[in-house]
Write a protein that binds this ligand. Structure first.
Ligand code: NAD
Ligand code: ZN
Length: 244
């Protein structure tokens, strides 16, 4: 399944950085943006996942997020997430950058995780930034409002058109510049700035590996394209690395 050259590179590496997207959670049952999302399919994510939509259509946007929060709370990490936890234990310098908001990497046990697009299990007030638990969100039928300043409470995710959390982005860039191997897994590599990371890794001399059932815009520059599901390929990869 893996070439000799590839196995050699893997076994000699100390520092590894991984970028994941919605595809790594697909086998857990979290739909990707291109997946079939039932009744929500009639909306494009860009139409709901932005601040203007939230202000104009607060009830609808909250309904979508409550649906996604419930869906995500009910699923479990899959063998792909667990394989990345093992890799964190194997490589002395390992960083995991995710575009996912589903918290599944942490639930699987990954420790060094940079969340570029926030976390759907968090919520905060748009006025005073006070944080609120999902318990509070689900305890009310009406649109959730801050008990401190009365402003709207929003999901703790980064919406289209918003800046990424600066600390997470800076750490992600640093880990990308300083790794020997860079994996891009389950991401369509079209949402910027996250999609720029594989190119940055390449520029700094990293060996680039992609895992995806489909080719993406990044495929043409990777050193190794492993075509298939991350929940199947990653556990195989860990087996190969462990046989050091
Ligand atoms: P995307 O939906 O654009 O692309 C998903 C990619 O995963 C595709 O390239 C697809 O071929 C691949 N894929 C599908 N099944 C796979 C599998 N089993 N193994 C490996 N790859 C698989 O997702 P994206 O690139 O992450 O970008 C879209 C944005 O959507 C991100 O900003 C992210 O925050 C958000 N999002 C997050 C979640 C989540 O948290 N789970 C879910 C949907 C969207
Ligand atoms: Zn407030």
């Amino acid at each position: 399944m893996f070439s000799e050259k590839f196995i050699k590179v893997l076994k000699s590496a100390q520092s590894v950085t991984v970028l994941t997207g919605a595809g790594i959670s697909a086998e857990s049952g979290v739909p990707t943006f291109r997946g079939d999302d039932g009744l929500w399919k009639k909306f494009k994510p860009e139409e709901l996942a932005n601040f203007d939509a939230f202000i104009k259509n607060t009830e609808l946007v909250w309904e979508w997020y409550k649906y996604r929060k419930k869906l995500i709370a009910d699923v479990k990490p899959n063998p792909g997430h667990y394989a990345l936890v093992e890799m964190e234990n194997i490589f002395s310098n390992f960083s995991l950058i995710t575009q996912n908001v589903d918290n599944l990497h942490r639930r699987a046990g990954s420790k060094k995780v940079f969340e570029l697009h926030g976390n759907i299990q968090k919520n905060y007030c748009i006025g005073c930034k006070k944080e609120f638990s999902d318990e509070i969100i689900f305890s009310k039928l009406e649109i959730p409002r801050c008990d401190n300043c009365g402003e709207l409470i929003r999901p703790g995710v980064v919406w289209f058109g918003e800046c990424l959390p600066e600390d997470q982005w800076n750490e992600a860039e640093k880990a990308t510049r300083n790794c020997e191997i860079f994996f891009t897994i389950g991401t369509s590599a079209v949402v910027y700035p996250a999609a720029s990371l594989p190119y940055l890794a390449k520029e700094h001399g990293a060996f680039l590996i992609e895992i995806n059932p489909e080719p993406t815009p990044v495929t043409s520059i990777v050193d190794e394209f492993l075509q298939g599901k991350s929940g199947e390929i990653l556990p195989e990869l860990v087996k190969v690395i462990i046989k050091k």
